[in-house]
Design a protein around this ligand. Structure first.
Ligand SMILES: Cc1cc2nc3c(=O)[nH]c(=O)nc-3n(C[C@H](O)[C@H](O)[C@H](O)COP(=O)(O)OP(=O)(O)OC[C@H]3O[C@@H](n4cnc5c(N)ncnc54)[C@H](O)[C@@H]3O)c2cc1C
Length: 606
């Protein structure tokens, strides 16, 4: 068999992992500390960090604590980059939020209630979260309302990020990826009526187990195995009775009328026919886009989406907000802030918003940085850049990934000129980016809980909107914010090309496919949509697994330092599209400067 390059790389990575450790349980043990770099009183180098997303702020945190003098340059008028969480545009709620999370009102712009795509986006108008705040049923506090437009979950294998959350005291709670009661919808299934995940799953495995049971009994399979053990396994796996027949009366696929009452008869949901499941769009042959309908039946089995997933209590932005509030040595302040405050030097004091970097030039003994609106060129000893790689490349277009690729122009003012070597600039320019979209809206009541017994998780539809995320918290409160659409790749290209009204209409149609009363139960007028490929200072949702899909390019974009410049950001890692990659890349970049080593050193997880 001839191995493809991708298979070869995966095999090599597997073998490398195997050789590094023989204890699979400890492969990803969470490091005790995210910051493993000691403060060095003799460190006097100055460092510019480009970008105040999770990676840039984690970089600044590590470098400041190591003794560097740091400045963070952020083009946008807000912090967080893709970790964008919108909160109600309501002054009373805002006051409550600051009192709860940031009583000194440091860095006011950490509270974000609106977003705006670039001028050339099909949805360029500012969208503001006008969520209706309501009191909790049991406490004199509002129901916490927020919408994560970027990252929403943390995997339990995201050990670097989890260590950071631990270090910053960011409280975490479970994020429910799959509840068995979640719904699946296909135009081609059951006359367009949604079906529960549990019906599909247990019908499928019950009937497959029954077939296997027959084949084992007839001696067609697993000859030489202990037959009784195999049959026992199949009985438990597929819910078979003692005769090896799928028990259709147990309620494994759900109930039409629930148990309860002394004598009232209950009624079980009959399992679906195997033929219907296999022909019904839930299982498809061939190569599937990771976000396709075909993959979602078992996406929760994937290592990244397996239970337990987590989320910061109160919104994903709590991670970078806690970074901003972190105390750092006062020597870290490279450029004194115009408004000193009484609370010691905080990481947020190092950050300059609305400071777009236009050029970065390596010199023999320094780096020169030109910033739009700044009179003087900034001169520093080193620079760590966390922007999307194509912004640093020499091309004027970015390749957008999906079932088919296409080119998207990069606005000229978003491109950063550098004197990096040609092959590095070419590699940076050719990193493929995956478009990604989301729509979020507030529900007038928690109809998914009240009407459909769904508590958290995701329902899926063949409509372009693809997913509805139900809140994982605040069960049975009076309201909640739904993520009513999320897709990536070619579907996000189509979705992102729609006007705001049409995006919301698509989300409404997708919602109706799963919940007949969706429209009347949600505030469609207040819905928020985002297409990350059209956001300012972004050219997509995330890089398209460059290390797998473009290995030669990946080799070049992880070959740092180049002179005094280092790339961080999630794209410079083997986990693009995950904050884990963003904060791990930050660690590698600062370690590379502190230890004068290559950032390609794979020691981060050892
Ligand atoms: C829809 C979506 C869903 C996601 N879901 C998850 C999830 O569930 N879990 C998870 O862990 N991750 C998820 N991610 C990925 C996660 O958002 C990223 O991995 C992480 O936020 C990347 O952080 P970063 O700092 O590397 O990049 P960014 O957040 O993109 O930060 C880069 C910063 O650089 C700034 N910048 C750009 N150009 C310039 C310039 N010229 N000068 C100065 N500054 C500049 C930008 O404004 C930005 O603030 C998701 C992403 C998206 C889009």
């Amino acid at each position: 068999m001839k191995l493809t390059r991708r298979q070869l790389l995966q095999a090599t990575a597997f073998m490398a992992g195997f050789l590094l450790t023989t204890d699979p349980l400890n492969v990803k043990a969470r490091p005790k500390h995210y910051n493993r770099i000691r403060f060095n009183p003799n460190e006097s180098r100055s460092l510019a960090v480009v970008g105040a997303g999770v990676s840039g702020l984690a970089t600044a945190y590590l470098a400041a604590k190591a003794g560097f003098r740091v400045i963070v340059l952020e083009a946008d008028d807000r912090y967080g980059g893709r970790s964008l969480t919108l909160r109600p545009d309501d002054q009373t709620y805002r006051n409550w939020w600051f009192k709860t999370y940031n009583p000194h009102h440091l860095f006011e712009r950490m509270y974000v209630s609106s977003k705006q795509e670039r001028r050339e986006s099909p949805a360029p108008a500012r969208e503001t979260a006008k969520f209706q705040t309501k009191k909790r049923k049991s406490r004199d506090e509002p129901v916490e309302l927020y919408l994560n437009l970027g990252p929403g979950r943390i995997a339990s294998i995201d050990t670097t990020l989890l260590s950071l959350c631990d270090e910053l005291n960011v409280p975490l709670e479970p994020y429910i990826f799959k509840a068995n009661n979640n719904l699946l919808y296909s135009d081609h299934f059951r006359d367009g009526k949604p079906v529960r995940w549990q019906e599909v799953h247990y019908s499928l495995i019950g009937q497959v187990a029954e077939l296997l049971n027959e084949a084992v009994k007839d001696g067609l399979l697993l000859k030489g195995y202990d037959r009784e053990r195999v049959l026992s396994l199949l009985r438990h796996y597929g819910n078979l009775n003692n005769d090896g027949v799928f028990d259709q009366t147990s309620g494994i696929a759900g109930f039409i009328r629930n148990r309860g009452g002394w004598k009232t008869p209950f009624s079980v949901q009959p399992p679906l026919a195997l033929k219907d499941v296999i022909n019904g769009d839930f299982v498809k042959p061939g190569k599937d886009d990771p976000m396709s309908f075909a993959s979602y039946l078992y996406l929760s089995n994937s290592i990244d989406w397996q239970p337990t997933l987590m989320q910061p209590v109160g919104g994903m932005d709590r991670i970078w907000q806690n970074l901003l509030l972190e105390s750092v040595p006062s020597q870290a302040l490279l450029k004194p802030s115009s408004q000193p405050h009484r609370h010691g030097t905080r990481l947020g004091d190092l950050v300059h918003l609305e400071s777009p970097v236009q050029s970065i030039t390596n010199q023999n003994s320094s780096v020169l940085i030109d910033i739009k609106g700044w009179q003087n060129t900034l001169q520093v000893d080193a620079c760590i850049v966390t922007v999307a790689p194509p912004l640093l490349g020499e091309g004027s277009n970015v390749t957008m990934a999906g079932a088919t690729t296409h080119e998207m122009p990069i606005p000229a003012d978003m491109r950063i000129r550098t004197n990096l070597p040609r092959e590095v600039k070419q590699a940076l320019a050719s990193v493929e980016m995956a478009p990604a979209i989301k729509v979020g809206l507030q529900a007038h009541r928690r109809f998914w809980e009240e009407d459909d017994d769904i508590y958290g998780g995701i329902s899926w539809t063949t409509h372009l909107s693809r997913q509805i995320w139900y809140p994982s918290t605040n069960f049975m409160e009076s309201t909640g914010v739904l993520t009513a659409a999320y897709n990536a790749g070619s579907e996000a290209t189509r979705f992102g090309a729609l006007s705001r009204r049409d995006r919301i209409e698509e989300a409404a149609k997708g919602g109706e496919s799963l919940h007949a009363t969706f429209r009347k139960n949600v505030d469609l007028d207040g819905a928020i949509s985002v297409a990350w490929q059209h956001m300012p200072w972004q050219v997509g949702g995330f890089a398209n697994d460059t290390y797998l899909t473009q290995p030669e390019v990946y080799d070049n974009i992880t070959n740092w330092p180049q002179g005094r410049i280092v790339l961080a950001g999630d794209a410079a890692s083997q986990m693009p599209g995950w904050q884990e990659g963003a904060v791990a890349a930050a660690q590698l970049a600062v370690l590379a400067l502190v230890g004068n080593t290559d950032s390609t050193d794979p020691a981060i997880y050892s």
